[in-house]
Design a protein. Structure first.
Lengths: 558, 247
């Protein structure tokens, strides 16, 4: 495909993209610790050797490189986990999901995430004339240090804020990370891995200068190439930058060319965006078997926040949650929580979870929790009407979810008129969305299904009357399902009473009939409806079924 | 206390509510939408943040009055709910009184068949508790301006039923909603309502001409039907005939 901005016949020179790298040091160790709230001594092992050790284990004398036997001898109660690179990658993918809320594209790298920071200039606003200028907040901090103000250049302050939000997000999800913003993803990752416990924002065009201070290992060159460079006295990136690139390419081949490119901050490769496929699930291991709800709620809060953050990054909301409780010594309990509407609000979930856990009676202690969003839907931002208050919208979401979890989703609904003549089918249940749209609402006149007896006698369907305009269209407030048979009592050709459940109710007056008929193609019905005022009961909606000739009480004008 | 001090205190209370992210307390009265009924109520409507008890038989007009009140709440921009423990509410009638159906939440606690109830050893009390729990959640949520509750209390002992009704009243006060209790009270159970409206009494007043009928639409014909009119059947009906009217 031709490049639209390139002059004909000239190669396109792509600028290195601004990239925020988020390096997670000792990822496997952090992954193990985040699901173990106790923070006991923990090591990661590979082939019987300690690869990574937690701070508690190191304090007890355990060092990476020790054999597992040595480590266990040095530290009582040491927990050892096997190194699982696939699980590490999966954990990083979970973190990437949450980061999608901050950046349009996130690449999952080796112990690092790479975020597209090109759109980070959120602090740069445009005035009415379209001229770009720093926002007042950015301007207020500019006095301390110069910021580049070139056309289209993102503000360093905005990038720093983006990095800060990414670090905070990672912390909420249980990871300690380092962040760096630079030109190109390779340099950004190298800078992030060396930015111990902090944030580094390198202005555009100055990446090479920032890279000069790094040791050569930051470039992640092959061990052989590193050894050969060390042999000729090159130990830092700055020294590498000073060498003629042609000589390096000649002596080291492709790795040499790659090293020069990274050292000079000329990494123009685009990000490879991560597209999450599986729905998020998080787990939490109890230190010991838990028998009461409070420790479980503590763990659930963590899990809910993590799952919610991952969903929010994808612009999704859960409509059904699944909580699995691992029981001691074996077995599990599965609980499902339907939500009234797509939600990525952990606080709302916790109300449901807490309520359900409070009522739960388990046969055994709990050793672990898994929380997953098993059904999701796009979560559009709540559209508030004028006068609506956000706290009411939140309260509504919470109460609807509580009701759905306790009574079932089918127990709560809003009614929508249906274009049907059969009274019991004149409405359908739809989900309750007071500010949303439940579809087109047919006009009342379009549902006209009643008429006077004079107009409809001899016809199967009466299509034209407006219910509100004629007494015949008045509907009862209560409809009995199924209709209850009644027995007529008459005298001299007149109806005098209706007998219901063995009790006779004298008829004071009546109006009608209103004929309703139709649906000959499926379940034909043919009814003459009367509004009958019964002494001792009130106004009742009674019909004579044209198919069996019997009388039925179908509703009450309560 | 001066009016200025009272105003300041009210403003500070409102600020505290906002800080605590509690729903704003609704105060005052919610008109029923029926001027004739509002004239009977002190304040011109049902009190917000309290329970009102509509007493009446199966076709006394209490449901229509509650729907009319819910319509008023919805017209003010609030949300309305109807806890339909009998599964009898007919929403087209709600639309007919001007209630925006999109702002009406209908809650029908699961109806179990008698066979299922017997098999599980659970009585109707379980359904009543589910309905009362739903009503309490709705009233106390702060999201709904008015909630009508029609839950039969059969299966609950009176002390339990009264305790549940007290919880409803407390929830209405917490959420600032108008609670309309339509269910009949159990024997020996007192409904802790701020207002009690006896609809048969209202209807009796209508009948003896003391007030116009707010609830019952005028029938086309009053009194015994004239000979030859209003016949349900082409042939005369014998008194006491069985089988639904065929002679």
């Amino acid at each position: 495909m031709s490049e639209p901005f390139a002059a004909a016949g000239q190669p396109v020179i792509r600028a290195a993209p601004r990239v925020l790298a988020l390096a997670v040091p000792d990822l496997a160790l952090q992954r193990g610790l985040r699901s173990r709230p106790g923070g006991g001594p923990l090591v990661l092992c590979e082939e019987g050797q300690v690869v990574q050790a937690s701070a508690v284990a190191r304090a007890a004398g355990v060092r990476p490189g020790d054999s597992l036997v040595q480590a266990r001898a040095a530290c009582a109660g040491l927990e050892a986990l096997p190194l699982d690179r696939a699980a590490d990658h999966k954990a990083l993918q979970g973190l990437a999901e949450a980061m999608l809320v901050l950046a349009p594209a996130v690449e999952v790298g080796e112990e690092a995430l790479l975020l597209d920071a090109s759109a980070a200039a959120v602090g740069v606003s445009a005035n009415a004339a379209g001229e770009r200028r720093p926002s007042p907040f950015v301007a207020s901090v500019e006095s301390g240090r110069p910021l580049p103000q070139g056309e289209g250049c993102p503000s360093l302050e905005s990038e720093a804020r983006l990095a800060g939000r990414a670090l905070e997000m990672a912390r909420r999800l249980g990871y300690q990370a380092n962040a760096a913003v630079a030109d190109g993803k390779g340099p950004a990752r190298a800078l992030a891995r060396s930015a111990a416990g902090g944030t580094l924002v390198v202005p555009p065009g100055e990446t090479a200068r920032a890279m000069a201070a790094l040791p050569l290992e930051a470039l992640e060159l092959p061990a052989a190439a590193l050894a050969r460079l060390a042999a000729v006295g090159i130990r830092g990136v700055g020294a590498l930058q000073a060498l003629p690139p042609e000589a390096l390419v000649h002596r080291f081949g492709l790795p040499g060319a790659e090293a020069v490119r990274l050292a000079r901050g000329e990494d123009r490769r685009p990000l490879v965006p991560y597209l999450p496929e599986a729905l998020p699930e998080e787990w939490w291991d109890c230190d010991a078997a838990v028998e009461n709800a409070e420790p479980l709620l503590f763990g659930l809060r963590r899990l809910a926040e993590r799952v919610a953050a991952r969903l929010a990054g994808r612009g999704l909301g859960a409509t059904r949650l699944r909580l699995r409780l691992a029981l001691d010594p074996r077995g599990e309990e599965r609980l499902f929580f339907p939500l009234a509407r797509p939600s990525a609000a952990a606080a709302g979930w916790l109300l449901l979870l807490r309520e359900r856990l409070g009522e739960l009676r388990l046969g055994a202690p709990v050793t672990g929790l898994w929380l997953a969003a098993v059904e999701v839907a796009e979560a559009p931002p709540e559209q508030l009407a004028i006068g609506d208050r956000p706290e009411v919208a939140r309260a509504l979401e919470v109460v609807l979810s509580r009701l759905a979890a306790r009574l079932g989703e089918a127990a709560l609904f809003a009614a929508e008129p249906a274009d049907r003549h059969r009274p019991e089918a004149a409405y359908r249940a739809v989900s309750f969305r007071p500010n949303g749209r439940n579809g087109a609402r047919p006009s009342p006149s379009g549902r006209g299904h009643s008429d006077s007896a004079e107009a409809t006698r001899g016809e199967g369907v009466c299509p034209t009357a407006t219910p509100a305009a004629t007494p015949a269209g008045i509907r009862p407030t209560r409809l009995l399902d199924p209709p209850r048979p009644v027995v007529a009592e008459g005298e001299g050709g007149r109806l005098t009473a209706l007998r219901l459940d063995g009790r006779a109710f004298p008829v004071l007056c009546l109006a009608g009939p209103e004929r309703l008929a139709g649906e000959w193609w499926s379940q034909r019905f043919d009814r003459d409806y009367y509004r009958v005022r019964l002494e001792g009961l009130g106004d009742a909606w009674v019909y004579r079924d044209g198919l069996d000739g019997r009388l039925y009480l179908h509703g009450l004008f309560d | 206390m001066s009016a200025a001090s009272q105003s300041l205190i009210d403003e500070l209370r409102e600020r505290i509510r906002r800080l605590e992210r509690c729903p704003a307390r609704r105060e005052g009265f919610l008109p029923s939408g029926r001027p004739e009924v509002d004239a009977l109520l002190s304040g011109g409507g049902f009190p917000r943040g309290a329970l009102a008890h509509l007493v009446g038989g199966p076709a006394s007009g209490k449901t229509l009055l509650s729907l009319s009140t819910l319509a008023t709440a919805a017209a003010e921009g609030g949300l309305a709910a109807f806890v339909d423990g009998r599964s009898e509410l007919y929403p087209p009638a709600a639309e007919a009184v001007g209630l925006d159906l999109r702002r009406l939440l209908v809650v029908r606690p699961r109806r179990t068949s008698p066979a299922a109830r017997g098999a599980r050893g659970a009585g109707r009390g379980e359904e009543a508790l589910a309905g009362l729990w739903a009503a309490e959640a709705l009233l106390g949520s702060g999201a709904f301006a008015a909630v009508a509750v029609d839950v039969p209390l059969r299966g609950l002992v009176s002390a339990r039923a009264e305790a549940m009704l007290r919880r409803l009243a407390a929830a209405a006060e917490k959420g600032g909603a108008v609670g309309l209790w339509l269910g009949a009270s159990a024997p020996g159970c007192r409904v802790p309502a701020a207002v009690r409206l006896d609809l048969p009494g209202v209807a009796a007043g209508v009948a003896d001409g003391r007030m116009p009928s707010p609830l019952m639409a005028p029938a086309e014909r009053e009194g015994p039907l004239p000979e030859g009119e209003g016949r349900l059947f082409p042939v005369g009906v014998r008194k006491g005939s069985a089988g639904g009217g065929r002679v």
